[in-house]
Design a protein around this ligand. Structure first.
Ligand code: AMP
Length: 219
């Protein structure tokens, strides 16, 4: 049995065509079925539907052989036990520093102010501000980061930006690029050895589906 860990929403939707390229068709739409284990047209392939941040964990411990996870999620996880053969170039967005409209971020940085920064992406944010030599107190949040600068919880946030409409709707502006994010295929290292005959064709089909560039991953 091959188990593939996916999250609902954007990643699932953008993975369906990749699965199709590998001849795998989910039996149900997890969005409507609410099932956590979804069968496919292949008796030997199933999908497990988990939180995006949990995908690397399922694959790390071998509860799933393959998974698809955002680079942001992989950075926070650390990548232990995971082989990352492909950047699938799906669910593309940018991790950005954003502040309230009118807040002088660069002025504050120049003055050496200690900034309070709210984010879900603590590891990536810590690394970014350390490289820039900006002093920050990081506040871990699990969602709705956009609210933090509006109610005085933080001076800035580090969050994913796709179209920019969420920032705009909350009168925030992006002031600094942290990193580009897209989703990657992750493979359990032991499974790759033990189940190579079954996994390799799926990996190859994903790679060919969008002329995806091979990614010699290192975290
Ligand atoms: P947008 O309004 O299009 O800029 O989207 C921003 C919102 O969607 C933020 O709440 C982000 O956290 C979330 N978001 C955008 N792109 C992604 C992605 N690729 N994966 C997960 N969340 C995302």
């Amino acid at each position: 049995m091959i188990t593939i860990a996916l999250s609902k929403g954007r990643i699932f939707e953008e993975t369906v065509p990749l699965l199709a390229a590998a001849g795998i068709h989910p039996a149900e739409d997890p969005e409507s079925s609410r099932k956590l284990i979804v069968g496919t047209n292949r008796d030997d392939v199933r999908l497990v539907i988990v939180r995006a941040t949990d995908v690397p964990t399922y694959v790390q411990y071998g509860a799933a052989d393959l998974g698809i996870a955002g680079y942001d999620v992989l950075l926070e996880h650390g990548g232990a036990g995971l082989y990352q053969p492909l950047d699938l170039e799906i669910a593309q967005c940018r991790l950005m520093v954003a502040v309230r409209e009118g807040y002088d971020y660069f002025g504050a940085v120049k003055q050496g102010a200690r900034l309070r920064v709210a984010t879900k992406y603590v590891a990536a944010a810590r690394e970014h501000f350390a490289q820039k030599g900006v002093h920050v107190d990081l506040i871990k949040l699990y969602g709705s980061m956009e609210l933090a600068p509006l109610v005085g919880l933080a001076d800035a946030i580090v969050d994913l930006v796709s179209t920019g409409s969420t920032l705009k709707a909350n009168h925030l502006v992006a002031v600094e690029h942290v990193l580009d994010v897209s989703s990657r295929l992750v493979v359990n290292q032991a499974a790759l050895k033990l189940k190579r005959a079954k996994l390799q064709p799926i990996i190859d089909a994903f790679a060919q589906a969008g002329h995806h560039r091979a990614h010699a991953a290192s975290l």
